[in-house]
Design a protein around this ligand. Structure first.
Ligand SMILES: [Zn+2]
Length: 253
């Protein structure tokens, strides 16, 4: 029964994430007005705005103008449900789960905005830094969360290491490889999970990035220097770390 609640909850917040992904880069308020079709501008009725179900019922098209609705809406809602249920499955009904749900929802929004626009909105990374730091004062959360000293070092370490990579890359290649948005994102992750998480996340996201670039390198459709947003890889790397943190640490220590 509680899982049904988590699924519905995940779908609804996935819908909200879709609104943020659409509106943040265009500097539109999130709460202003209701959703409308980006093509014909007609207001979308509540019964055409039910997560996943409406997309399937309407066959992925606007009821009014029949313009195709991006599959991204469906994917974001599905991912949101998967994230919510797996967090609930692993961490149960706890404050830790609530925190991780806030984190994963922000991740979902950052992931798609960075993928499409090559930017990571400061409002999201700064909010995550603050929440990550504040929660480190609560000793009753899951033990994977750091204390406030570790959290602060993690935040500085995360920012510093990407800043250093950017600096070195700039000096050698005379152009920018990553953006400061990546530095702020990794800083937020440091605040959330402490400094130990940073090398793990960098390692994991680099491996995932390499693996995903290899097929297109082989086909020669993308050269190594063409721009790829790194934020999405940092996010996948962090999620892998989050769910397998214990196995990683037991391998090492
Ligand atoms: Zn329409």
């Amino acid at each position: 029964m509680d899982f049904i609640f988590v699924i519905v909850f995940g779908g609804l917040w996935g819908s909200f994430a879709n609104v943020c992904i659409y509106r943040f880069p265009n500097n539109k308020g999130v709460v202003s007005g209701r959703s409308f079709c980006p093509n014909c501008k007609i207001k979308i009725n509540w019964y055409d705005n039910i997560p996943l179900i409406s997309y399937l019922v309407l066959g992925g098209k606007c009821r009014n103008c029949k313009k195709k609705i991006s599959i991204q809406y469906f994917i974001v809602e599905t991912l949101s449900i998967i994230l919510f249920t797996s967090i609930y499955y692993k961490f149960g009904a706890s404050l830790t789960t609530l925190y991780l749900i806030i984190l994963s929802l922000s991740f979902l929004i950052i992931f798609f905005i960075d993928l499409k626009h090559f930017i990571i909105p400061n409002i999201l990374t700064f909010s995550l830094m603050i929440i990550g730091f504040i929660k480190s004062f609560d000793p009753n959360l899951n033990s994977m969360f750091p204390n406030y000293i570790n959290s602060l070092i993690g935040g500085i370490f995360g920012y510093g290491i990407i800043w250093l990579i950017i600096f070195i890359y700039k000096t050698i290649r005379k152009k920018e490889g990553m953006g400061l948005g990546d530095a702020k994102l990794l800083s937020a992750i440091g605040f959330w999970f402490g400094w130990v998480s940073i090398p793990f996340v960098i390692f994991l996201s680099s491996i995932i990035a390499l693996l995903s670039v290899i097929p297109s390198l082989l086909k020669n459709s993308k050269s190594m220097s063409s721009q790829i947003p790194f934020g999405p890889y940092i996010i996948i790397g962090t999620l892998v770390y989050l769910f397998f943190e214990n196995s990683f640490k037991s391998l090492l220590f």
